[in-house]
Design a protein around this ligand. Structure first.
Ligand SMILES: [Zn+2]
Length: 155
């Protein structure tokens, strides 16, 4: 939707330029993935959505305009439901989904927010590596476990 998804808005630039300078490589506005994520870090299994607080209905600071309030209420609610559904689909497909709200990128909290984003990316990456290694170890162990009925056969 053009009204909710303008390209290269300032909050998106803040996050992208931070990640880029920290050495992360990514694709942006990836069509063909649920919700067209703003940032996709394939190597890290992470997608990032940068949401405008109004359009996506950020609860703590969301105020419905007084005029046409029914219209806005329904519209924003639809956006929220769609966001929720898109993120569920991504998580079910194994992606780490990070949501960044516009208000979290205001100067007072920006540094903290960017640090947290990087932390969440790295934490998921490490967890995935560990899971892979563990799976490999289990697969090797299963190989050594005698199959049921093994003893019987030796009699
Ligand atoms: Zn907000």
């Amino acid at each position: 939707m053009a009204s909710t998804k303008s390209r290269d808005t300032r909050p998106e630039l803040i996050v992208r330029s931070y990640l880029y300078h920290r050495g992360y490589r990514f694709r942006k506005n990836v069509k063909g993935m649920p919700g067209t994520p703003d940032i996709v870090l394939k190597k890290y299994g992470t997608v990032i959505f940068i949401h405008g607080c109004f359009w996506h209905g950020h609860t703590p600071d969301f105020h419905i305009p007084r005029s046409n309030s029914e219209y806005w209420k329904e519209k924003i609610e639809r956006n929220r439901l769609r966001d929720k559904r898109d993120k569920e689909r991504l998580r079910n497909a194994g992606w780490n989904v990070i949501t960044v709200w516009e208000c979290q990128l205001k100067p007072a909290t920006r540094e903290k927010t960017l640090f947290e984003i990087e932390y969440l990316i790295t934490r998921f990456y490490i967890k995935r590596l560990k899971d892979k290694a563990r799976k490999k170890r289990y697969a090797e162990m299963e190989h050594r476990i005698p199959v049921a009925g093994y003893e019987g056969k030796t009699k």
